[in-house]
Design a protein. Sequence first.
Length: 180
Amino acid sequence: MTNKWVSSLEDVTDYIEEPRLLDLLKYWSGKRAGRLAPSRQDIDPSEIGALLSCIYLVDFEEPDVFRYRVAGTEIAENFGHGNLKGKTLGDILKPDVKDFVTRRWMPVIRDAAVVCMKGPVYNTVNRYAFGERLLLPLADDPDGPLTGLLGVTVSRWMDTPGPEGRRNSDMIMIPASKLP
C-alpha cells in the first residue's frame, strides 16, 4: 500500500484514471471561487448528475467523527443500507475498519488535502470492490475550519481479492492550496 504526498495538479491528473473523478475535481475547483474549499451549499447535485449514484457529502465533527449528510444509492447499497443520511462511520463499520477509514479520511480535514485512492476500495465477506475514490474538503465559512468532505467512489465488484491479494488501496494526497 502506497500513501504519499504529491505536489502538482499534473501528479493528481496522471494518477486518476476514472474520467468522472477528474470531472468532480474540476467541478469542485470551479466552486472554490478563490477559497481553499467550497461550502456544502456551493455543491448543486443537479450540476453533477452523472455522479449522483456514487457521490457523498460527509460532515466532520470533532474530534474524529464523519457523518453522512448525503450518499448516492451505490454508496448506501455497498454498506447494506437504503439510506446513509445521519449515519457515522461507526454506525456502518466494525470498530477496526472505522478507525482505518477515519485515519485515511482525516488528511482531508486536518491537512486540507485532496485525497485520491486507487485499488481495493471496499471489502466485505468474500466480495471485493476495486476502483478509485476522490475526497475533497469542504468549509462552511470561507475563512473558517474545514467542516466536511465531498467524495466519490467508482468501483466494480469481484469475488477474489485480486492478483496481488491486497486489501487496501494506494493513496496520494495533495494540499488543496496547491491546486488551481
